[in-house]
Write a protein that binds this ligand. Structure first.
Ligand code: PRP
Ligand code: URA
Length: 208
C-alpha cells in the first residue's frame, strides 16, 4: 500500500484535541494549521539537495539548497483550505492551485465546481491537501483532474483517512503516495469516518 502514517507525537496529540467534540472552531482551525505544518515537514524530508557556493561574512563555502522541482500546493475546497497556511508557512514560495469539489450528501459522489491551477503544474511537485479521505471519491477525482491538467509529481496529504478511501486511492492512483496522521476504523452508513472528527469543513468554518 502506498500510504505513510505520520505518527509524530505532536501531531497525534493535536489530532486528539481536534477529534474532541467540545473543541471549538478557533482551536480546531489553529490545530489543523499546526498539524499541516508538521506534516509538510515530514513530507519534504526526502526532498533532494544540491551544493552551491556562497559567501558568509567570514569566508566562501559550499552549502546546501533545495535541488528538486518547485512546489505547488493544491487544497481541495473547502476543507483543504484549513491546511494551506500550515504548508505555506514552511514552503512560502510555493504556488497555490484550488480544486473545488463537494460530496453530494445523497450519492456521496464528488461534484466539481472550480479548478484553477498554476500554469506550470507539470513542472512542480504538487501536494494536494484535504483533511478527510473518506470514500476516496473526492480525492480520486481531484487527482485525476490534476493529472489531466498535466501534473506529473503528486503527493496526497490528509489528516484522517478511512481504510476504504486509502484502498480507492491506491487502486485508482497507485503512483500517488498518501500521507496521513491516522487510518481510522471504518466509514459509517452516511460515509463519515469513524471515530473521525465529524465534518471537517463545518468545524473549520463554523457552518454546523
Ligand atoms: C469533505 C472532505 C473531503 C471529502 C471526503 O468535503 O473535505 O473533500 O468530504 O469525502 P470522500 O472521501 O467520501 O469524497 P465536503 O464534501 O464535506 O466539502 P467541504 O470541504 O466543502 O465541506
Ligand atoms: N467528510 C468529512 O468532513 N468528514 C468525514 O468524516 C467524511 C467526509
Amino acid at each position: 500500500m502506498n500510504v505513510h502514517l505520520i505518527e509524530h507525537p505532536l501531531i497525534q496529540h493535536k489530532l486528539t484535541l481536534m477529534r474532541k467534540k467540545e473543541t471549538g472552531t478557533k482551536d480546531f482551525r489553529e490545530l489543523l494549521e499546526e498539524i499541516a505544518m508538521l506534516m509538510a515537514y515530514e513530507i519534504t524530508r526526502d526532498f533532494p539537495l544540491m551544493e552551491v557556493e556562497i559567501e558568509t561574512p567570514l569566508t566562501k563555502c559550499r552549502a546546501k539548497v533545495l535541488a528538486g522541482k518547485k512546489v505547488g500546493v493544491v487544497p481541495i475546497l473547502r476543507a483543504g483550505l484549513g491546511m494551506l497556511n500550515g504548508v505555506m508557512n514552511l514552503i512560502p514560495a510555493a504556488k497555490v492551485g484550488h480544486i473545488g469539489l463537494y460530496r453530494d450528501p445523497e450519492t456521496l459522489k464528488p461534484v466539481e465546481y472550480y479548478c484553477k491551477l498554476p500554469g506550470d503544474v507539470g513542472e512542480r511537485a504538487i501536494i494536494a491537501v484535504d483533511p478527510m479521505l473518506a470514500t476516496g471519491g473526492s480525492a480520486s477525482a481531484a487527482l485525476t483532474l490534476l493529472k489531466e491538467k498535466g501534473a506529473k509529481s503528486i503527493t496526497l496529504m490528509c489528516l484522517v483517512a478511512a481504510p476504504e478511501g486509502v484502498k480507492v486511492i491506491n487502486e485508482d492512483h497507485p503512483d500517488i503516495p498518501i500521507y496521513t496522521a491516522s487510518i481510522d476504523e471504518k466509514l459509517n452508513e452516511k460515509g463519515y469516518i469513524m471515530p473521525g472528527l465529524g465534518d471537517a469543513g463545518d468545524r473549520i468554518f463554523g457552518t454546523m
